[in-house]
Design a protein. Structure first.
Length: 433
């Protein structure tokens, strides 16, 4: 099919567009765990939302049945999150900031439409109604957005090429979740629940531990200011484990230099840094030293702990909303990361916030440094790192691979959905126009 024969079709002609709703505040019982309830904040750069922050109860689903969708493409149409796109594959509801297209699959391929809309984020911003600080693209405007369509066969072929890259990215994400969960489980067993100590106190062999590792743990507990802890372990402060980096720079003073920018949005969307020119970064940033661990002080009820791979190829900087920690000499970066990602640490850390109960609560650096910790001997920490270190190395490897795959996808996407690169029915390249 020649490019000249591609059709330009309004979204409203490709299916039914539904604007979501939020349950009334007078009915808190409408929220539950029966049906996912998706908001723009749940749309974090992957094709699908697997764990939205909230859901609807069965009663809520009945009340919002007119806006429930099954197989669809959902697009955020308000504010700075304008143009975020996801695929919906099961019964779900969205809030009023999202327009959802139930695609007529005799007219368009749902996956192709998803990728075509991903390419239109800047256009959606331009089309949004003015007159206020918050851009809004209402339903009727959204339905008039034009999509360039080849045949269904070519749409599916294009989607197949792009989906193969996203499939691998998502497999890496799932693998990383398993790897990190494994490390957290070991950390909790050894350093929070003290399972090896309890087992030895009962005269049993610690479950799943090698003899050498088990020998590092005592067989009894002692009293402390934090309750019962293993005999010989100590209570110390976070400042005894880490140092915080405070050195900053203003990237705009280096307008042509490209930085690795570790920001809150970059963490939320993919967990790899944005590559940005200094001229595009408008505020001071922390210089990210090698072996840094980034811990968000902003709204810690949403845990953000990052162990980035800082290289010397480009200068790395981080948002000042992160606390930039490095392990003190003789201590392990991996152990500190495991500590910061442990539930027991985060439960205390979230209690240290200052500010109103809205969206801008923060933890002061000095509050973090004065937190009390139960500290095992370095031999126990080193033994943990021997097990968890390879898991974290694999996580970083998977993130690096996914970043490369995403770059390939992002380079191909505009060329494929515009017809600049054509593909055959099985996804192979046909021609470059």
């Amino acid at each position: 099919m020649p490019l000249s024969e591609w059709r330009r079709v309004p979204i409203g002609q490709l299916g039914t567009v539904i604007t979501g709703r939020t349950p009334p505040a007078a009915h808190p019982e409408y929220f539950g765990d029966s049906i996912p309830f998706i908001t723009p904040s749940d749309m974090v750069g992957f094709r699908k939302v697997t764990r939205p922050a909230r859901g609807l109860s069965e009663e809520g689903a009945k009340a919002l049945k007119r806006v429930l969708v099954q197989r669809a493409v959902a697009v955020s149409c308000i504010g700075w999150q304008m143009g975020k796109v996801i695929l919906v594959d099961g019964p779900s509801a969205t809030n009023q900031q999202i327009n959802t297209i139930i695609v007529d699959e005799g007219k368009a391929d749902r996956y192709f439409l998803y990728y075509a809309l991903r390419q239109k984020r800047a256009e959606l911003f331009r089309l949004a109604s003015g007159g206020s600080r918050t851009p809004i693209l209402n339903k009727s405007q959204f339905e008039r957005v034009l999509i360039d369509l080849p045949t269904l066969t070519e749409q599916r072929a294009i989607a197949t090429v792009l989906a193969a890259l996203d499939d691998k990215i998502e497999l890496n994400r799932e693998a990383n979740e398993t790897l990190e969960a494994t490390a957290r489980t070991i950390f909790k067993s050894w350093f929070v629940d003290f399972d090896p100590v309890h087992a030895k106190a009962e005269g049993s062999k610690p479950c799943g531990m090698e003899i050498g590792n088990a020998a590092l743990f005592p067989n009894s507990l002692q009293d402390s200011s934090l309750g019962k802890i293993p005999k010989g372990w100590t209570i110390r402060k976070v400042r005894d484990l880490i140092e915080l980096s405070h050195e900053t720079l203003n990237p705009s003073q280096f307008p042509e230099e490209v930085f690795h920018h570790y920001s809150i949005p970059a963490f939320d969307e993919q967990r790899w840094p944005a590559e940005e020119k200094g001229d595009d970064i408008k505020s001071n940033k922390i210089i990210a030293p090698p072996d840094v661990i980034l811990l968000s002080k902003l709204n810690p009820r949403i845990p953000r702990v990052w162990m980035p791979q800082v290289s010397g190829v480009r200068r790395s900087i981080a948002s000042t909303e992160f606390l930039a920690a490095t392990a003190k000499r003789g201590l392990s970066r991996e152990f500190v990361y495991a500590l910061f990602t442990s539930q027991s640490f985060l439960e205390v850390f979230t209690t240290l916030v200052t500010g109103t109960s809205g969206s801008h609560q923060r933890v002061k650096p000095e509050f973090l440094l004065e937190m009390d910790l139960i500290i095992p001997p370095t031999t126990c920490m080193d033994s943990f790192v021997q097990i968890a270190g390879p898991l974290y190395s694999r996580v970083i490897h998977n993130l690096t691979e996914s970043r490369t795959l995403a770059a390939i996808r992002n380079a191909l996407l505009p060329k494929l959905v515009s017809g600049e690169i054509r593909v055959g029915a099985r996804g192979e390249s046909m021609a470059k126009l």
